[in-house]
Ligand binder design. Sequence first.
Ligand SMILES: [Mg+2]
Length: 271
Amino acid sequence: MPVLVASDLDRTLIYSAAALALTMPDARAPRLLCVEVHESRPLSYMTETAAQLLTDLGDAAVFVPTTTRTRKQYQRINLPGPEPKYAICANGGHLLVDGVSDPDWHAQVQASLAEQCAPLAEVQDHLMASASPAWVRKHRIAEDLFAYLVVERELLPEEWVKELAVWAENRGWTVSLQGRKIYAVPKPLTKSAAMHEVARRAGAELTLAAGDSLLDADLLLAADRGWRPGHGELADAEWTAPAISALPERGVLAGERILREFLKATRTEAP
Ligand SMILES: [Mg+2]
């Protein structure tokens, strides 16, 4: 029976230059591998050691990249190791099988959203009306499923984020602040639902997960074992649960540690 490893990508396995959080002297910094180029510029990295660990993991387990990114944003990432059979994009809204979105899964997700939470248009209108151009750089809609803003973090009023979270909660939506992005995501749109579906299809007996943000909490709770890094929304909230290990590492070294833990658990706890 295979082991399924569902992992968030950004700030869990891959890191932008701003998120690396390297603290050692430059001469002792780990060698980095660029795994994403955007508009001809390097954007995301992992350590070379992490790249080898991910390659080993891809051979030992069903590795499922599990991201809030749109399909387009996901597909420009060039991860080391064997091509994953499954990938979860748009926070669970798209389940890619051999790189192609499964239409049945997407239809099922859309039906549950229509039934269980306020429509995207209402949230979009609220964001347009309440977010100030003084600190919003971009309004974005992702895959017609959820919305996010790119903001100037230093100018962003904390109170506004709190008010938005309460407003959204009452409409069946969740708010997550990650770096320069504020996400508004429907509560029924989850990484965990998509992970359960992949686990069913792959016949997985053991599920492992990792993530750093509030949008990963349901994924971590749904897995048999989970890890979170020492940085990010979950760490800031000191969030934990019985099957979750809170790691001390921050930044790109946390990514390396998480992959080490995935491999160790895959090799020792495989059913
Ligand atoms: Mg993340």
